[in-house]
Design a protein around this ligand. Structure first.
Ligand SMILES: [Zn+2]
Ligand SMILES: [Zn+2]
Length: 115
């Protein structure tokens, strides 16, 4: 099953182009011989033409979804850390300040690295 993210339509596996917008599905085809190329190709790897089909953007959408998933995971981690600290504080068992600082720095570094 192939899906056009532009037109929100499903197509069978043997379909190479969306019938509504002419986009190809996560691949590029050159316009000369319909050579199959990776979606990030600028020139056809078989005949060298730059005249390629316009792919639909499922890969960029998918990576954007993954990115927001990572951000959500980081937010959950930071919230959990905060809850643990609040819990420890309410029990008057807050760890030494240097450990809290290290945990906060680790969380910030993790958040920055994921971006
Ligand atoms: Zn389409
Ligand atoms: Zn070609």
């Amino acid at each position: 099953m192939k899906y056009c993210f532009n037109c929100k339509l499903h197509f069978t596996e043997d379909v190479s182009f969306c019938t509504q917008c002419g986009g190809s599905f996560n691949v590029k085809y050159c316009s000369r011989r319909l050579h199959l190329n990776p979606v990030n190709a600028k020139y056809c790897k078989f005949c060298g033409t730059s005249d390629m089909s316009k792919p639909n953007p499922p890969s960029s959408l998918a990576s954007r979804g993954l990115q927001s998933l990572f951000i959500a995971a980081i937010l959950v981690a930071i919230t959990a850390l905060f809850l643990v600290l609040v819990h420890l504080y309410s029990m008057d068992a807050l760890p030494p300040r240097i450990i809290v600082l290290a945990m906060v720095i680790a969380a910030v570094v993790l958040a920055a690295a994921r971006r």
